[in-house]
Design a protein around this ligand. Structure first.
Ligand SMILES: [Zn+2]
Length: 152
């Protein structure tokens, strides 16, 4: 098996609703992303001959997926009052409502499917919110739940 590893990052704020601890408060992270792309064979011809894929295209796809989350408040849908969301919008803050709890695990899952949807041969996405802790999502036959039904 061949592979590429492409890294990216985004800076965003979040909080965990229904969590007993520091993470229930609004706070920010530099989220570090590591995407692993794999292929059993290298491309046979063209510009990408003997490559898994062009590194620059892979880097661009990871950067685009990260940019969609960058410098935003990531909010799990239904966890902030409508008047709070309206006040944030009035102030010009960029809020992204997501249909999942904004844990590192779920952000890895989200980015995995964004890269898969972009056509990358993604095998694993790792996301860390601190230098010492890293979550990952890797699709296996035993993956039982998807964040988005549109991907399944
Ligand atoms: Zn956090």
């Amino acid at each position: 098996m061949y592979g590429l590893i492409v890294e990216g990052h985004f800076d965003s704020s979040h909080f965990l609703a229904d969590y007993q601890g520091k993470c229930e408060n609004l706070h920010g992270h530099r989220w570090h992303v590591v995407a692993t792309l794999t292929s059993m064979a290298l491309k046979a011809e063209g510009d990408e001959r003997d490559m898994v894929m062009d590194f620059s295209a892979a880097k661009a796809a990871v950067a685009k997926a990260c940019a969609a989350l960058d410098h935003r408040l990531l909010v799990e849908e239904g966890t902030l009052a409508e008047e709070t969301l309206a006040a944030l919008a009035r102030e010009g803050f960029s809020v992204l409502a997501l249909p999942f709890r904004t844990t590192a695990e779920n952000l890895a899952h989200h980015l995995f499917y964004e890269l898969k949807r972009a056509g990358l041969p993604v095998a694993c996405v790792e996301v860390d919110e601190t230098p010492n802790n890293r979550a990952f999502y890797q699709e296996t036959p035993h993956s039982t739940r998807t964040l988005y039904s549109r991907y399944s």
